[in-house]
Design a protein around this ligand. Sequence first.
Ligand code: CO8
Length: 256
Amino acid sequence: MTDTILVEKLDRVVHITLNRPEALNALNLKVMDEVTATLEQYDSDPSVGCFVISGSPKAFAAGADIKEMQSQSYTDMLKANWFAGWDKLTRTRTPILAAVNGYALGGGCELAMMCDVVYAGDRAKFGQPEIKLGVIPGMGGSQRLTKLVGKSKAMDMVLTGRMMDAEEAERSGLAARVFPADELVGEVLKIAAEIAGFGKLATQTAKEAVNQAEEMGISQGVLFERRTFHALFATADQKEGMAAFAEKRDPDFKGE
Ligand code: CO8
């Protein structure tokens, strides 16, 4: 039972829809708890191969819930370790796709960037407007945006609080692809189904390898990739995938 999100399992894909329309899907603590509990519930389920997180046509999420944070003191924030629970999302091993329509501002943009791939509707607006509230990004925006779009554009976004449209987001590396707004969720669910159809051991390993590029230097990263590539030769899915290619048939991956 969830209050702030809708959860739908479509074959091997779990689709989480942020659902606080009265607040443009502002992220309060309950949203964080419900999203991360849902991810944890399905992450190790062999029948689930990909997650999709979306919002509404007007807003993916218009930020952290300003009204919930407004009266908090420094000590309150520190004691609660406010929003540290989102780290659980980044520990999810199954790929997570963000389908962003409308506003992805502040924590909304940061949530999208925590996902593995960002797909945007053509009317999406991304921004880190915290500076206008007297604060700065607090869910990783200063770090992830800088890695995605580079220092100069990240500074421009964080210091002015301006919004970036979908075309600029794709051009600068924040969004992987742009779709017409009303087709976005359907297209992303199709991509998720394709990913979920591959062997889960391989997709999880691919996600780990790409994420290592953020953490390691090139020689360590390439070694990590090579060793995990070697390790996949211990799986039945590698035997199946290569046999299917040689036999000119579709593979039947079991995630083993
Ligand atoms: N928090 C709470 N309520 C919100 C938020 C929000 N972030 N955004 C919108 N709402 C509410 C509005 O208050 C309004 O409620 P009501 O009808 O009760 O007045 C309702 O949603 C609809 O919003 P608007 O009437 O403002 O809709 P508009 O179409 O006129 O404007 C905007 C849309 C431009 C998106 C506008 O709502 C806006 O500017 N929202 C705030 C955007 C923002 O500043 N986001 C950043 C928030 S701070 C943040 O995310 C920090 C993240 C890190 C925290 C980490 C802590 C450790």
